[in-house]
Design a protein around this ligand. Structure first.
Ligand code: ZN
Ligand code: ZN
Length: 355
């Protein structure tokens, strides 16, 4: 936590501000360790203050050891005003991407300081995970692999999609998940053409391909993985498209390394799918950063200029979606290492045909 805070303080110089106000819950947790649902951080070169309400005073003192804890009463921004006056700060940065307009108006009205919008400095810092963050995500990925074994044992023709989603969620909670990362996608048969087809009451049938995209939060960190299965049998077209997506996914996963531009990594998978004639059927980016949030920086798509660096964790998830037919997606989590890349989710990627 101390090194995170020290690193973060560089933005004070970069933006010529005296202090920064952090209000987004994820960034607050990242910089302080405090997991409560209400609170504001004020960080200057010498001070680190966490302002929270009565309910969280004890938890804040326990979790945010680097921070001086202050209590807010009645009105948050009125409570902040005297703290800011005391310090004599002239310019206070705030998270321009997270503060809604009404809050901004309130800040202007109540805070005796010049307000400076700062973009996504904490999000940028969060891209490079520490060893312990990666270790946490590695543990989470292992649970997803065990959950895949559960899926293989549970799924069968005749089962509604949402029954599988429910049992999968219960399984993950029993394995120590804090919550699911997102609404699970269980998209069978023609529904597979919807990249984000969340589980419905459709009964899965023999001959269906089923795309299952799931993940859960472990020790604060999100996980995310997709496999596509066949029920009963798989015809030639299903096998061909599956093998195509698998080749694109594996080539892209192997290309994860420091120094590669995110758009070039996207192109590794996209070129393979384009050459096979399915250019119009892969309509989303290759993947996304993952960490305290399921979707965070860096974004992997044809427009992303981010250069991958060691410590970044991303998903690699190409797909092919054909209206009236269905779809295939395969997704793994990978981490950029000094030597190249490490795929964190290890479940089999061979097409499983469930009888
Ligand atoms: Zn996913
Ligand atoms: Zn994903």
């Amino acid at each position: 936590m101390k090194s995170r805070l020290d690193k973060f303080r560089k933005i004070l110089t970069e933006f010529s501000i005296d202090a920064m106000l952090i209000s987004s819950p994820v960034n607050r947790r990242y910089l302080s360790g405090f997991e409560g649902t209400s609170g504001i951080l004020l960080i200057s070169r010498d001070e680190a203050i966490l302002v929270t309400d009565f309910r969280y005073l004890e938890q804040a003192a326990d979790q945010a050891g680097q921070f001086e804890i202050r209590r807010w009463q009645d009105d948050l921004y009125k409570s902040l005003a005297p703290i800011i006056s005391e310090t004599g700060w002239g310019k206070l940065g705030f998270e321009g991407r997270h503060v809604v307009y009404s809050t901004y108006q309130e800040m202007i009205e109540k805070l005796p300081v010049e307000l400076v919008p700062v973009g996504d400095a904490v999000e940028k810092q969060r891209m490079q995970k520490s060893k312990s963050e990666i270790e946490t995500m590695r543990r989470g990925a292992k649970v997803l692999d065990r959950a895949f074994e559960f899926i293989l044992s549970y799924i069968k023709p005749g089962l509604p999609e949402n029954e599988l989603a429910l049992e999968l969620e219960i399984y993950l909670l029993r394995q120590g998940a804090e919550e699911r990362s997102f609404r699970f996608i269980v998209a069978s048969g023609e529904r597979g053409a919807m990249p984000h087809g969340t589980a419905s009451n459709r009964i899965m049938q023999e001959g269906d391909l089923v795309t299952i995209d799931y993940g859960a939060v472990f020790e604060g960190y999100a996980t995310d993985m997709t496999r596509t299965l066949a029920l009963g049998k798989a015809d030639q077209k299903q096998r061909e498209i599956y093998e195509l997506v698998l080749e694109a996914q594996q080539e892209a996963a192997r290309a994860v390394k420091p120094g590669i531009k995110a758009s070039d990594l996207d192109a590794v998978a996209r070129d393979i799918i384009d050459r096979a004639g399915y250019a119009n059927y892969f309509g989303h980016g290759l993947g996304h950063g993952i960490g305290l949030e399921t979707h965070e920086q860096p974004v992997l798509n044809p427009r992303s200029t981010t250069i991958l660096e060691p410590g970044m964790t991303v998903t690699v998830e190409p797909g092919v979606y054909i209206k009236g037919w269905g779809g295939v997606r395969i997704e793994d989590m990978a981490c950029v290492t000094a030597a190249g890349g490490e795929v964190l989710t290890a479940s089999s990627r061979e097409l499983a045909v469930i009888n």
